[in-house]
Design a protein around this ligand. Structure first.
Ligand code: ADP
Ligand code: ADP
Ligand code: ZN
Length: 214
């Protein structure tokens, strides 16, 4: 199984991906997580990406495309993958198309997770993420068992700098202008699975798996 999770920041892509990888025994490829690991480790890639990320702007396409090319060549992708937060521009989608063609692979679906804007703002401003494994939580909607501590790995939770309200608005604008057009792009390829991304996390998971397995 190979598919894209498309949706605005805060739509629940990461949350769903964490359950979907167990179901299908595939890997999650989150460009945001890879970038944050590089920022934390202070690599040249991270140093370059950081200023874009803090402002809520997209990291340049060439950087992201070579990152994905390297990631998809790893052996753990052979059973399938979920692309979470990639592609985010038409030019990234074109590059992905060429790359998959070269590898002789096809996407099964582009799962579009739809959530109204007012919910996105509430979700992002209350999001807390594990500083070690990247798991997301929410101060009201998806609390960890112990406040401030990751259920999965025990590390501390942080409030991402780009989840503060001013940056959130900027990211939503960038999403509308740069990423939302991909819905049309993949609709033309006939692979869009539209999912109502509101309500209970497990109900959304069931909607996605039912759609993928139909
Ligand atoms: P969210 O899950 O809230 O949508 P991400 O973790 O996917 O956020 O991304 C955080 C930031 O990392 C983005 O605002 C952007 O700066 C950068 N980023 C992540 N993925 C991409 C991408 N595919 N293209 C360009 N920038 C990206
Ligand atoms: P994305 O990866 O699309 O940016 P996340 O999966 O990180 O989104 O989810 C954003 C925030 O919303 C997190 O705090 C998460 O715990 C919370 N969340 C995820 N799914 C739901 C849901 N169905 N209802 C309410 N909050 C949710
Ligand atoms: Zn963790």
């Amino acid at each position: 199984m190979r598919f894209i999770l498309l949706g605005a920041p805060g739509a629940g892509k990461g949350t769903q991906a964490k359950q979907l990888i167990d179901r299908y025994k595939i890997v999650q490829i989150s460009t945001g997580d890879i970038l944050r690991e590089n920022v934390k480790a202070g690599t040249p890639l991270g140093v370059n990406a950081r200023s874009f990320m803090e402002k809520g702007l997209l990291v340049p396409d060439d950087v992201i495309i070579s990152m994905i090319e390297e990631r998809l060549s790893k052996p753990d992708c052979s059973n399938g993958f979920i692309l979470d937060g990639f592609p985010r521009t038409v030019s990234q989608a074109d590059a992905l198309g060429s790359l998959l063609k070269k590898m002789g692979l096809k996407l099964n679906a582009c799962v579009y997770v739809e959530v109204p804007e007012e919910d996105l703002i509430k979700r992002l401003s209350g999001r807390r993420v594990c500083n070690s494994c990247g798991e997301s939580y929410h101060v009201f909607f998806n609390k960890p068992k112990n406040e401030g501590v990751c259920d999965k790995c025990g590390a501390g939770l942080i409030h991402r700098k780009d989840d503060h309200e001013d940056t959130v608005r900027n990211r939503l604008k960038v999403y509308h202008n740069e990423t939302h057009p991909l819905l049309d792009y993949y609709t033309k390829q006939n692979i869009v699975l539209k999912i109502d991304g509101t309500g209970d996390i497990n109900d959304i998971f069931k909607r996605i798996t039912a759609g993928l397995e139909a």
